[in-house]
Design a protein around this ligand. Structure first.
Ligand code: F6R
Ligand code: MG
Ligand code: MG
Length: 369
């Protein structure tokens, strides 16, 4: 059976401020998706949150970029926005950047990650959701899952993985894409994806000899950059990702291993700071300190003919206690830099914030040295 999993998210209002999602928004989404399931429009769904982002995890048989599914998600976000407005939640409807829905939520504010594939006899799927950061935050962990043998022993031990994986990389500045084959082109790929504010890993495909078809993406990340869509800072892009696992693909434990290291990502307060990515449970994903530090949640499912069996809230496990503690230590260390780089992002990454306006104000006060 060919199944599609669509993860579509938006910040349609937070409380207090940008901290979390109000239960009434979750309820609104659940009611609407339950109706869609009853009417046979979707196979299954799970509504959840990460920080101030409402996440819709939907399975269906309609393929990626499907108008019906995207319009369903859009309607849910619209209805949720009405609820958010009544409660005067902060930034009600902030990610719905346009009123004219054109059949696809891409480029309209919400973030989207979708995979369509032939469901295997057993199909483990991990859905990642991040808050207070941007799509480049996925570069390091996705690279490590699928290309770093020090993270994923399967690359060395499992014959199905010896052909490596192919990475589709987006250049978010020029609007172009490229595919790198690993392990052959690993160094060249790193030359690009190390610049995570510009180059983002969009999809991963199995290499030659893998049990899973080379034509089927096995990982996908949302790459929408709100600032580039709106032309100004409208909240961070808070990406989501989907990764399939096991039987020729990285095992679930290999997929979540990179997050034991809370690497520095861009985002945090005012989308203007570097901070550690803290792995945590859905309940713990309520950014507080300086609106952060940035969070990542991992929900694990098994698919059964499109049915979402789960979720398991993976980072709730004690094995991630140390990563959380480390993230707190790094947060403390970074915070001591106050307004100085590298805590604050470099100037070129702040072009969509209010900083250029301030620089403009002092433009005429400068004289030649
Ligand atoms: C970060 C984020 C928050 C806000 C901050 C200021 O992604 O959304 O850190 O940038 O709370 O928000 P405003 O300017 O709306 O008061
Ligand atoms: Mg918000
Ligand atoms: Mg958010």
């Amino acid at each position: 059976m060919k199944v599609t999993i669509s993860v579509i998210k938006a910040d349609i209002g937070g409380y207090p401020g940008h901290q979390t999602v109000h239960p009434d928004l979750i309820k609104t989404a659940e009611d609407m998706l339950a109706k869609a399931k009853k009417e046979g429009k979707v196979v299954d769904y799970h509504v959840t949150k990460c920080g101030d982002d409402l996440n819709l995890i939907i399975t269906h048989t309609k393929g990626v970029d499907n108008k019906e599914i995207h319009s369903l998600a859009w309607d849910v976000f619209k209805a949720g926005t009405e609820v958010a407005k009544k409660l005067k939640l902060y930034g009600a409807g902030q990610d719905l950047l346009s009123d004219a829905f054109s059949g696809n939520v891409r480029g309209m504010g919400p973030g989207v990650a979708e995979l369509e594939f032939e469901e295997r006899p057993s199909e483990p799927v991990i859905v990642f959701m991040m808050d207070k950061t941007d799509p480049g935050a996925f570069n390091l962990p996705i690279y490590r899952m699928f290309a770093d043998p020090f993270c994923t022993p399967g690359l060395v031990i499992d014959p199905s993985m010896q052909g490596g994986f192919n990475f589709e990389v987006y250049d978010t500045v020029e609007g172009r894409k490229i595919t790198f084959k690993t392990p052959e082109e690993m160094y060249s790929m790193l030359a690009f994806v190390g610049s995570r504010s510009r180059y983002v890993i969009k999809r991963v495909y199995p290499g030659p000899g893998n049990k899973v078809s080379q034509k089927e993406a096995v990982a996908c990340v949302s790459t929408e950059k709100l600032s580039q869509i709106a032309g100004q800072y409208v909240g961070k892009d808070d990406p989501v990702g989907i990764v399939r696992g096991q039987s020729g693909l990285p095992a679930v434990g290999e997929i979540v291993e990179p997050f034991a290291f809370p690497h520095l990502v861009a985002g945090w307060m005012r989308g203007s700071h570097q901070g550690p990515l803290m792995p945590c449970s859905v309940e713990q994903a309520t950014p507080t300190r300086l609106d952060g530090p940035p969070r990542v949640v991992a929900l694990g499912f098994q698919l059964a003919n499109g049915r979402l069996v789960g979720p398991v809230d993976i980072f709730k496990d004690v094995a991630y206690d140390l990563a959380r503690q480390k993230a707190n230590e790094i947060a403390e260390y970074m915070r001591r830099h106050g307004p100085f780089e590298p805590h604050r992002l470099p100037e070129e990454d702040l072009e969509y914030t209010n900083l250029p306006k301030l620089q403009q104000k002092f433009k005429d006060r400068f004289s030649k040295i």
